[in-house]
Design a protein around this ligand. Sequence first.
Ligand code: 8DG
Ligand code: MG
Ligand code: MG
Length: 153
Amino acid sequence: MTSPKVGVGVFLFEPSGKFIIGKRKGSLGAGTYALPGGHLELGETFEHCAAREVLEETGISIDELDIRYLTAVNSVFEEGQHYVTIAMGFLLSADTESKLLEPDKCEGWESARWEDVRDAIEAADNDEKWFQPMIEFVTQRPGFDPFRVCLDY
Ligand code: 8DG
Ligand code: MG
Ligand code: MG
């Protein structure tokens, strides 16, 4: 039996309070909106993984020292995969441009407000729209507000 894997997802907040999401392509959760992120590699810190995946996927270079741990959720996928997602957060400076560096894995980067994502998930409005860990930030962590946690550090 394979063991659970660790995924790191990163809330990249623009000064407006919106964060970056992208529709997944070609792998687990294709067609759903997820955070930039990926697998934690052997020996890697959460912060390093977050900075590495953000750079690989968006071209945005973020300082590991300013990356915050936000929460963790547990996701058992119908496909038989099991991931623990570590959510990290970072406050972007104004006018940061995100590039679509892995167009085979993501349709494009958009931005969303946490309240809108949370309300849509709570209303069970179009559940298939969201990558399972995103749904679990709401269902497993009632009251979770990633922007507030970032600002409170
Ligand atoms: P990698 O294999 O190059 O490390 O990753 P990737 O090519 O960027 O793949 P990915 O599908 O984006 O991420 C790998 C797995 O990480 C994904 O299949 C499920 C898991 N994962 C979570 N939570 C999150 C999340 O919030 N965002 C992303 N992108 N992946 C996540 O468990
Ligand atoms: Mg990646
Ligand atoms: Mg990824």
